[in-house]
Ligand binder design. Structure first.
Ligand SMILES: Cc1ncc(COP(=O)(O)O)c(C=O)c1O
Length: 430
């Protein structure tokens, strides 16, 4: 997983076709999309503006808070839906990347189901999203597996011993589900080790040398090796998979090509994606599944925080009600620099601040930025593109409240779907 905000330009500044002539897919995209970013003036500042925003807009929403644009989510889903239509593949939403159940009814109109990393996600997918439930975990335990069996359509095993252990239960189960094995193509294009499933000594999947044939009873193969990439990376990955696992591909019914494709980013090459998937389906006679997480919520939400105090220790330090450690771990784990609306590199604009957390962890710093106007107690800070991963992976270190969740509905109404409560904290400990 990753939280990294890519260097992609904003939606609507895009031309997906590198040659300049619009392919059918690009035209589809332009016709179908209701253009939320252009028509919704009120929301435009949140997603598009690089400059400071009118803080009065957010006077009514709690802080810290994720603000998620329903129409932007729908635009992303339409794009993914088009890929399904054009290629015949099935797209699942990776719950690990984005889980806001209030938006499931909308998303499930476009996508085929969910993919889960274990029992809890699978249950949420089954109970709140509906449609297909696919589960993959690096290892199952016996208790959760019995429950997973009852609710899953596909179960993917990380190793052949795991398959051997659970095969008798699968075969005894009254409802039929399809089982797969995760393969490890040992092909890396991800520069950050934390996010690279194919790094040396990776625990994910069976390597080609360790799989002479497809184990009996296995109907599918699964691989996931990319993170925030474009379809040229997928094409190279698929070439490697074909080279290393070629003979196995015609022996299974389906192949899940994982996530890590930023399909909804403006410069993503959708034509190439469609070609790669269609060729793969045709050549190997398999159903293809894809399970993006971040692409579903790409550029569809922000994390809004408030300055609680400003202190000075050789530099100005703004203490926020948000935390890197509790809300955006990748900032600390990978030194990733977040994008702040209206914020520039330190020193570029007149007023430079270190944005730090209210937590007691010394290194809980969100980054150094400069602003045109001085910050003050109560100033709002908006971190771009933080709908995915941050929403699902935050924690309550120091008892810091979880950010609330606000959906900007299609009628421009900010709907608070989740407020932080003391009970959130207490129930994790009692
Ligand atoms: C197995 C698997 N599938 C899908 C995803 C979703 O990836 P992304 O959000 O980058 O599309 C991940 C992310 O870590 C994953 O590990």
């Amino acid at each position: 997983m990753c939280l990294l905000k890519g260097s992609y330009p904003q939606p609507n500044s895009c031309n997906l076709s590198s040659s300049g002539d619009l392919s059918p897919i690009v035209r589809r995209r332009e016709w179908d999309v209701p253009q939320p970013f252009l028509s919704r003036e009120r929301f435009k500042p949140i997603m598009q503006r690089k400059n400071r925003f009118d803080e009065s807009e957010f006077a009514e929403v709690p802080s810290p808070c994720y603000v998620i644009d329903e129409l932007a989510i729908e635009e992303n889903c339409r794009i993914l839906g088009n890929v399904q239509e054009l290629t015949g593949c099935k797209i699942l939403m990776a719950l690990k990347g984005f889980t806001v159940p209030d938006l499931f009814p909308l998303i499930s109109r476009y996508l085929q189901g969910t993919c889960a990393s274990g029992l809890y996600e699978a249950r949420l997918g089954k109970e709140r999203f509906g449609k297909e439930v696919h589960v993959y975990a690096p290892a199952y335990d016996d208790f959760e597996f019995e429950e997973i069996l009852k609710i899953s359509d596909h179960i993917v095993f990380n190793s052949i011993p795991q398959w051997n252990r659970y095969r008798p239960l699968v075969e005894k189960n009254p409802t039929r589900m399809s089982c797969g094995i995760r393969i490890n193509p040992e092909y890396s294009e991800i520069p950050v080790g934390l996010w690279d499933p194919c790094a040396r000594y990776s625990r994910f999947g069976v390597r080609a040398d360790d799989m002479r044939s497809v184990p009996e009873g296995i109907e599918g193969l699964h691989f996931h090796a990319l993170c925030q990439q474009n379809s040229d990376s997928l094409e190279r990955l698929v070439d490697v998979v074909e080279e290393k696992f070629g003979p196995h591909l015609s022996q299974v019914k389906w192949v899940n090509i994982g996530g890590g494709q930023l399909v909804t980013a403006p410069d993503y090459d959708i034509d190439r994606l469609c070609r790669v998937i269609s060729d793969f389906r045709e050549e190997h006679g398999v159903d293809v599944y894809m399970e993006p997480g971040e692409a579903v919520a790409f550029n569809a939400g922000v994390l809004l925080a408030t300055v609680l105090d400003i202190v000075h220790n050789e530099m100005d330090i703004a203490i926020l009600d948000a935390s890197a450690w509790a809300h955006i771990q990748d900032v600390l784990a990978t030194s990733y620099k977040l994008e702040v609306v209206g914020g520039e590199e330190p020193g570029r604009l007149e007023h430079t601040y270190r944005l730090a957390s209210r937590s007691c962890l010394s290194g809980d710093i969100l980054g150094d930025y400069s602003f045109e106007e001085p910050l003050r107690r109560g100033s709002k800070i908006m971190f771009s593109d933080l709908a995915s991963y941050s929403v699902v992976s935050n924690n309550m270190f120091n008892g810091i409240p979880l950010p609330a969740i606000v959906i900007y509905t299609r009628s421009n109404v900010p709907k608070i779907v989740r407020r932080s409560r003391y009970e959130d904290y207490e129930s994790r400990l009692l």
